[in-house]
Design a protein around this ligand. Structure first.
Ligand code: ATP
Ligand code: LTN
Length: 334
């Protein structure tokens, strides 16, 4: 990897089907960064274990997500594409950072409180520790920039705090990372409740467009999407549902929201919703086809993952060795 370029790291959990929210808020923004930065893109499977998983499904979702990353434009010859559990340094750095993370600050995390409510029968230590593992992912690679959706800014803040705390206690060791959020798409909302984010784990299928939905399902879900009072297609605070659909339309068609408002002036919600569906299909369909092709090519994917893990591990090892030395662990003679 190029030493002059800054480093970018990001990841998505292989929990269920990737949504249009994950795509527009996160993955879509990754491929344009590949030339300017040293990029590492990770499938964060260890994070997924914080909620109950069916092992065979987790395995399938993980490989499907690897293929999806490539279908979304991640080029394994430009970026390190790998699976988090293949680089054991993530879990090891997590242990060290655990010793400087306070229970109070983890207990206050919005996502922890949210997930504890949703999974009241399984509030495990991993769920609380989730943001520390995420900080480890980021800090291991001396990451400068972390492209994320708005819901992850609190976690990024913790990564920054832990880096600063470690640096202050033991001497400068970690780069303090910056978040990279994108103006539009940072928070795509549920199609059934525009006050909630579109989320993979939403049990209501109609609320979520996934990158694995077929064209009929996409059309049906947009037709059933909730709307606001009135009938104008206009962006505004009093129009949360239509604003969300306009954002999706604009990001998928490339047309500005203002131009879209003009285009759909007076047409009514029905016609507008069908156009949103068409725009989404035009983006998703080619990705799906490519994803399917790649998923079938197991040996290609294995080669990509081997190369990605080796690249990542070289950097991770260096950081972890430094961290172990700084905290006073005796280095192993090899
Ligand atoms: P879960 O429902 O399992 O919590 P999720 O759909 O929230 O999952 P994550 O794996 O937590 O997805 O997030 C992956 C990436 O997608 C993150 O960068 C996150 O900020 C982004 N993201 C998730 N949901 C949205 C959304 N509705 N709009 C924009 N970005 C999103
Ligand atoms: N918590 C993130 C996924 C994630 C991540 C990361 C994102 C785990 N480690 C490191 C960026 C950088 C989420 O999107 N839910």
């Amino acid at each position: 990897m190029d030493n002059v370029k800054k480093t970018v790291f990001s990841g998505v959990q292989p929990t269920g089907r990737i949504t249009l929210g994950n795509y527009l808020g996160a993955i879509r923004n990754w491929s344009p960064l590949q030339d300017e930065y040293n990029c590492l893109y990770c499938v964060v499977d260890l994070h997924s274990l914080t909620v109950t998983q069916i092992p065979a499904e987790l395995r399938k979702n993980t490989l499907d997500l690897v293929a999806l990353y490539i279908a979304c434009g991640i080029n394994p010859d430009k970026s390190a594409l790998f699976i988090q559990s293949h680089v054991h340094e993530h879990a090891e750095l997590c242990w060290i950072l655990d010793t400087i993370a306070y229970i109070g600050e983890l207990n206050r995390m919005t996502q922890f409180k949210d997930k504890s409510r949703k999974h009241a029968d399984n509030i495990n230590m991993g769920l609380m520790n989730y943001p520390v593992l995420m900080a480890s992912d980021i800090l291991l690679y001396q990451t400068d920039l972390v492209p994320i959706g708005k819901d992850q800014t609190q976690h990024l803040e913790l990564a920054r705090d832990l880096a600063g705390r470690f640096n202050a206690r033991y001497s400068p060791t970690f780069v303090v990372p910056e978040g990279l959020t994108f103006k539009a798409g940072g928070s795509i909302k549920s199609l059934q409740d525009p006050t909630a984010k579109m989320s993979k784990s939403d049990p209501n299928e109609n609320a979520v467009i996934t990158l694995f939905d077929d064209n009929d399902a996409i059309r049906r879900k947009f037709r059933r999407a909730v709307t606001d009072c009135g009938s104008e297609v206009r962006f505004g605070e009093d129009k949360a549902a239509i604003s969300n659909l306009l954002t999706i339309y604009s990001l998928c068609s490339g047309e500005s929201v203002a131009d879209a408002e003009k285009r759909f002036d007076g047409v009514g919600y029905g016609v507008f919703k069908d156009s949103v569906a068409d725009a989404v299909i035009s983006v998703i369909e080619p990705i799906q086809q490519q994803q399917k092709r790649l998923s079938a090519d197991k040996s290609y994917l294995e080669g990509v993952l081997k190369q990605g893990a080796e690249q990542a591990e070289r950097i991770a090892r260096k950081t972890l060795d430094k961290v172990y030395r700084k905290v006073g662990l005796v280095g192993r003679i090899r």
